[in-house]
Design a protein around this ligand. Structure first.
Ligand SMILES: Cc1cc2nc3c(=O)[nH]c(=O)nc-3n(C[C@H](O)[C@H](O)[C@H](O)COP(=O)(O)OP(=O)(O)OC[C@H]3O[C@@H](n4cnc5c(N)ncnc54)[C@H](O)[C@@H]3O)c2cc1C
Length: 417
């Protein structure tokens, strides 16, 4: 498969764009593999890529029930950042930022990684203190952060409502290296990269059950037949609880719908990503000009990839509180994705809970930004049989041992995260 380059662009421009090879093979499943990854979203494909690239394990299949990118990988609002507080989280997300920064060169693919910055607005003195603490934690982990006062935020975002009587803006925590990436391109880039290293990407292949040898998982049953493997890694995002049900497992996660919204196109207005500090609302502007925004998960559990109206109202209220001009815009599209929420709001990347089975789950709001580090750490965990120190805290048994990573400080209540 040819590398993309300036010369290949010129050559194909001259021959009517007829010389491009498919970005990856549409592989048929083989009877057995060293590793099967279930789920062809960003996390599954990144895992396969790093298994091949970092660990030389190339007899790998990624099994996807639809087409790659048809899950959350193609439904999220594309924000990447590493502005976390707790030691279990921050080094992991900062490693992800570092991988994002070199991703396009590594994959030889334009993922439109755009480090346009994020500002978390604060509206009270107590919130300023909390954000100062978060910024310090970020710096200790090697990330960048800057506490902006009200006038610094106003200079960057004059369109915000600074004098809202309930939520006056007092400043913001800025991470300049944060931003957005083109979600489809991330999936396509990892698919192409994994394929180039020999990984089979098998689409339209749903895993319907597991092949067992005693307790151990030694393969999967699929809509395209049984496939055996020494190791099976699950990266099925919001479907995890459904997929493990046939193994008799019940995990500490719940599935919820999460919605996103896009407005009509505007001239360049929003410089980066902006989040409201007193409710759940965030906004950025796409390269086509539309404002992209979202907020909370739906309050009830669901496997439906669409949302409900109370959340639409809540997101609109948050938007109007911080950015009243949104009320003048026409909305073009809204859609929902299916996220899995753990009881402390943090992910699970772990060995087990059965021999031969590996778990990558519970990404809820934040899994897109985690894609590179999640794949990198999950590949390490599968290849070596133990977690890397970057994902050592993302254990499944933390809910039994009490070592939870309660980043948002709301306890074991998934719909509050
Ligand atoms: C509206 C919305 C906005 C979001 N915004 C952001 C954001 O701005 N920043 C951020 O960091 N995160 C965001 N997220 C979260 C992020 O999208 C997810 O956490 C992340 O994409 C999950 O990992 P994934 O990409 O591998 O999942 P997916 O893309 O969902 O991949 C899982 C795949 O598994 C497949 N699958 C399921 N069951 C089976 C089966 N039985 N057999 C085979 N395949 C199966 C699915 O079809 C799917 O393709 C958002 C999510 C949503 C829904």
């Amino acid at each position: 498969m040819s590398r993309y380059s300036f010369l290949s662009l010129i050559a194909n421009a001259l021959n009517g764009q007829t010389g491009w090879a498919p970005a990856w093979r549409d592989a048929a499943p083989k009877p057995d593999y060293d590793v099967i990854i279930v789920g062809g979203g960003g996390h599954g494909l990144a895992t396969a890529y790093y298994l091949a690239k970092e660990h030389g394990i190339r007899n790998v299949a990624v099994l996807e029930k639809g087409h790659i990118g048809s899950g959350n990988a193609g439904r999220n609002t594309t924000i990447i950042r590493s502005n976390y507080l707790l030691p279990g989280n921050e080094p992991f997300y900062e490693w992800s930022m570092k991988l994002w920064e070199g991703l396009e060169q590594d994959l030889n693919y334009n993922a439109m990684v755009s480090q346009r910055g994020i500002i978390n607005l604060f509206h009270s003195d107590a919130q300023r203190d909390a954000y100062a603490r978060r910024g310090n934690a970020m710096r200790l982990a090697g990330a960048d952060s800057e506490l902006l006062d009200r006038e610094q935020v106003r200079a960057l975002c004059p369109f915000l409502d600074f004098d809202n009587s309930r939520f006056p803006i007092k400043g913001g925590l800025m991470q300049a290296r944060a931003g957005t990436a083109r979600h489809d391109a991330v999936v396509w880039g990892y698919a192409r990269g994994a394929d180039r290293l020999g990984v089979d990407i098998v689409q339209n292949c749903e895993v319907t059950g597991f092949i067992r040898d005693g307790d151990a998982v030694v393969g999967v049953e699929t809509t395209r037949g049984a496939i055996r493997a020494k190791k099976v890694g699950l990266a099925v995002a919001g479907s995890t609880s459904r997929v493990v049900k046939s193994l008799g497992l019940r995990l500490p996660i719940e599935s919820h719908a999460l919605q996103a919204f896009v407005s009509e196109g505007l001239k360049p207005l929003v410089p980066g990503v902006i989040t409201f500090g007193m409710g759940h609302f965030y906004v950025s502007q796409s390269d086509k000009g539309g404002l992209v925004f979202g907020g909370d998960i739906d309050g009830y559990n669901s496997y439906a990839q669409r949302g409900n109206l109370p959340v639409v109202e809540d997101v609109a209220e948050g938007g109007m509180a911080v950015m009243p001009l949104i009320g003048r815009l026409r909305m073009l599209r809204a859609w929902g994705g299916l996220v899995d929420m753990s009881m402390d709001g943090s992910p699970i990347i772990d060995v087990g809970p059965l021999p031969g089975l590996y778990l990558n789950s519970a990404w809820n709001y934040g899994g897109f930004k985690a894609t590179p580090a999640s794949g990198w750490c999950f590949a390490h965990t599968i290849a070596k049989g133990v977690a890397h120190q970057l994902n050592a805290a993302f254990r499944l048994d933390r809910f039994r041992s009490g070592h939870v990573i309660d980043e948002k400080g709301v306890g074991a209540q998934p719909n509050l995260h």
